[in-house]
Design a protein around this ligand. Sequence first.
Ligand SMILES: [Zn+2]
Length: 537
Amino acid sequence: MKNLYLILLLGIFSCISSPNLDKLIDAKQIEQDILVLASDSLQGRAPLSVGEQKTLAYLEERMIGIGLDPAFGDSYLQEVPLAEITSAAPKQIEFSIAGGRLSMADGEDYTLWSPLLKDEFTLNQSELVFAGFGIDAPEYSWNDFEGINLAGKTVVVLVNDPGFHTGDTDLFNGNAMTFYGRWPYKFDVANRFGAAGCIIVHEEAAAGYPWSVVDRSGNNTEYYLNNEALTTNVCGANGWITREAASNLFEFCGLNYEEMKRKATVPGFKPIPMGAKFSATIRNTWIESSSYNVGGVIKGSERPEEALVYTAHWDHLGIGVPVDGDSIYNGASDNAAAIAWMLAIADGFTKLGSAPERSILFLSPTAEEAGLIGSQHYVNNPVFEHSKTAACFNSDVILFLGRFKDVTVTGLGHSELDEYLAEEAAKQGRYIAEDPNPENGMFFRSDQLPFLRVGVPALFAKGYTHQVEMGKEETLKAVEKYWRVTYHKPSDHYIPEEHSLEGLVEDTKLFFRLGHKLANESYFPKWSKTSEFYVER
Ligand SMILES: [Zn+2]
């Protein structure tokens, strides 16, 4: 009798457990958080501004109200040291071979900067080496730096990866960009192999953006995570050259650019000394300062050393160039809405009344827009060991279009988290979809990236391509319009009369259920063997 009673009781609990989770998501509060975080009074939430002070205060107050413990000792704040480096590149640079010189003009042909805390960085007669795509990928048995000593030398590399350039789906990930295709990877790996300079050839289709996006000749100021790498790294000259300038440079060296590019896509490619020397001096000035990540935790009841991490960056672009008389870049969709998503899930967990088996960290990183700086700093200084962190769920850039049939996974196929998501999405009557533009490499352009790079599987997924009433075609038009008209513009507002948060609320319920499942089991989702981030788990 006692057993029967228990079975009945368990039955009742399992039947109602899912709807109960949904009821704990507070849609009104989601809207309220967005309205506050995207209000003009927060001035576009730029790091180091008054907007930062107000944003941090609000997030801390909300985390306390929700009942989260401070993530960083007795503090909700994690200091993130920043360096704002302004590089003065030479107006002209010169390449020389025996009996010849080729000069190029800043902004027109190349753009150059130094990512180091050094007043001056000089390349003096630095030997040029064509290093293909600048990729070292053991899982593809691919190393564009094989057998060459790069000390003091400058590598010239191609953007994207061999898969994109050949369209061969067996080569890297075909048309979809891999992390090896992204410029931060290329500068990093050139430094790792000891090069003194790294220049990427810009091609618009392969990069995914025009020359104007990479050209820094007008404003060469960048934020960096201020750690020892800024003084110990050896690669002190980073830059891009246009495709046309590259073509001239190769010709000047007696090489054909298109032919070299073709060679670079063939497995077994070896770096090619170009026979030319490169000289340039870059002068830097910088300002050092600190911004802050905000984090709260729920301590796990059974395995508190194991964790899940939810992330949503708090920073946006602040006050900038006015558009239609509006100079405040409010960042409602990017990323006030994702912060609201994260806080609502935290609130759901604390309302459950009992802690999950694993700990959960709710992290709002700073300086995402400046290059994932806050999340990188967290990963360098984590609260939970990476090998004990089961997953990272990140959110960024939310559409206010209403409910979606799809859950679009940016970076589909990297880990078993896809299956976890598909199972929960099906309970909402939704299906998993691929990113419609995988060539843009969006998976590597938000806060999940630093986690991926240390072996923590991550999901970056949301309703995106199939709004319920609009259908796919109209939805994709609306998405295209968003990127063109709203993204990173002062018009990134949330307007209750015009916008719908129903899709966001549904995504919030989805990621609450997903986190609830994963926080109450002991399994660590595994990487796909084909992922460039694969590690044994
Ligand atoms: Zn964002």
